[in-house]
Design a protein around this ligand. Structure first.
Ligand code: HOZ
Length: 433
């Protein structure tokens, strides 16, 4: 059945008159895939409904947090209950302590924690803290990594920035990025070289241990372990940005999976169960430099907000009880292998990348995609055709070739079937294009 997008189209036009580009976050505008962004009216489990009443199987999952699917009952109940008691106090609450302790069970490296309101806030605060603690200014980040939209991090940034073709944003004075050093992901020698060139000047290395913001790009071999050893040997702090991987690739995130204890970790939307939240934390001696204990300032009225704490606590508690990771990984494997096989049958060159329940498909004839240079060689045109083929079949994907797909526990056998049959249709279209 041909879908009607009449209401979404009307809403997009209306929206553009009042919201910049008709959206509040750029990738949502469908700029890189073309067409009209869907205006969503509701979601439940693995599905979304748009304003035209079309139903979609969702692989965006609010960009990661919906591990248990949309509108998870205990999360909704916790938010409702918390709201009855007041939505914000700007004062400490018992909930924050309970939630921080729950997070610590998964992330023992976070000896002390500070809640904030987004992943962007978490990474910029962690970097400020690293600079304050070490007394050094420079940081190393990886090309194609996205750590939120702080000025000095918008250099060769992935995600929306790459999608829009502005990985290095206008409006950022050159002097603001002079302390940002760039390395190629999965290239230890380059990091080593930067550390030698700038010995005694680098405060921290920040990375997505598993990149999810240039599509899914996993660490190769012992890259992460060697990077951690190098950081330690060079006395440079290691910051894991686990905004996407935390509670996703394992309960304890990538640090549990790879057995690494970073000095600082950043968490984001995933710990809000769908509400706006973030957190950073790490070694107690470093965290002690943060206000009010130390001289590194950071603050926020809505930090530790009762609704976000309640939602996050309910979701992480459910994850702790259910431990859905092997089920998620198994389902993800079936989907990724299934789509890869279908592309092979059609002789469509594609790299299917997966780690746990995060995955991406790169239309490319390269044998593998391991860094940003390789990501930039993929065919965005083929993705576009694939994207709309999937959408026609009722499967909603991240509207960019540079984002990861996220699975939920609500994606069962029926959803795998829907996905693979939609992929057959979409790949046929790619073949013809
Ligand atoms: N590029 C963002 C995720 N990596 C998109 C966020 C959004 O539009 O909500």
């Amino acid at each position: 059945m041909v879908k009607s997008f009449t209401k979404s189209t009307q809403l997009f036009e209306k929206s553009k008159k009042v919201l910049v580009g008709g959206v509040n976050s750029p990738v949502r505008a469908f700029g890189s895939v073309g067409g009209t962004p869907l205006f969503i009216s509701q979601a439940k489990g693995a599905y979304l409904w748009d304003e035209d009443g079309n139903r979609y199987l969702d692989y965006v999952g609010s960009w990661g947090p919906m591990i248990l699917g949309h509108a998870y009952p205990s999360v909704i109940a916790a938010v409702q209950q918390a709201a009855e008691s007041g939505t914000s106090f700007g004062a400490p609450t018992a909930r924050e302590i309970e939630f921080a302790r729950l997070i610590q069970q998964a992330f023992p490296s976070m000896e002390q924690i500070r809640f904030v309101n987004s992943g962007t806030e978490a990474t910029m605060s962690a970097i400020r803290l690293a600079r304050g603690f070490t007394g050094r200014d420079k940081i190393i980040k990886f090309e194609g990594a996205y750590h939120g939209h702080a000025d000095y991090l918008l250099v060769k940034a992935g995600s929306g920035a790459t999608t829009l073709g502005v990985p290095t944003s206008k409006g950022v004075p050159a002097s603001f990025t002079e302390h940002t050093l760039l390395a190629r992901y999965n290239d230890l020698a380059q990091v080593q070289q930067l550390l030698e060139q700038h010995r005694g000047e680098v405060a921290a290395i920040i990375l997505e241990p598993v990149c999810g913001n240039m599509g899914l790009v996993a660490p190769q071999g012992p890259f992460l372990q060697q990077l951690a050893e190098l950081a330690k040997a060079e006395n440079v702090l290691l910051i894991f940005d686990e905004v996407m991987t935390g509670f996703r690739v394992a309960f304890g995130g990538a640090q549990e999976l790879y057995g690494i204890r970073p000095d600082l970790s950043c968490l984001g939307k995933i710990i809000g169960g769908g509400l706006p939240v973030g957190a950073f934390g790490g070694r107690a001696d470093i965290m002690a430099h943060l206000a009010p204990e130390g001289p590194v300032y950071q603050a926020g009225t809505l930090s530790g907000n009762p609704l976000a704490m309640a939602a996050g606590h309910a979701m992480i508690q459910a994850l702790a009880e259910q431990k859905p990771y092997s089920q998620l990984n198994q389902t993800a494997k079936i989907i990724v292998d299934g789509i890869r096989e279908r592309a092979e049958q059609r002789h469509i060159p594609m790299v299917a990348a997966r780690l746990g329940s995060m995955f991406s498909f790169f239309f490319t004839d390269q044998a593998a995609v391991t860094n940003y240079d390789e990501v930039q060689q993929i065919s965005a045109d083929r993705f576009k055709v694939f994207y709309h083929g999937m959408l026609e079949q009722g499967v909603y994907l991240p509207p960019s070739p540079y984002e990861a797909w996220f699975l939920s526990t609500e994606h069962g056998e029926a959803e795998v079937e829907i996905t693979l049959s939609a992929a057959e249709h979409a790949l046929d279209l790619v073949k013809k294009s």
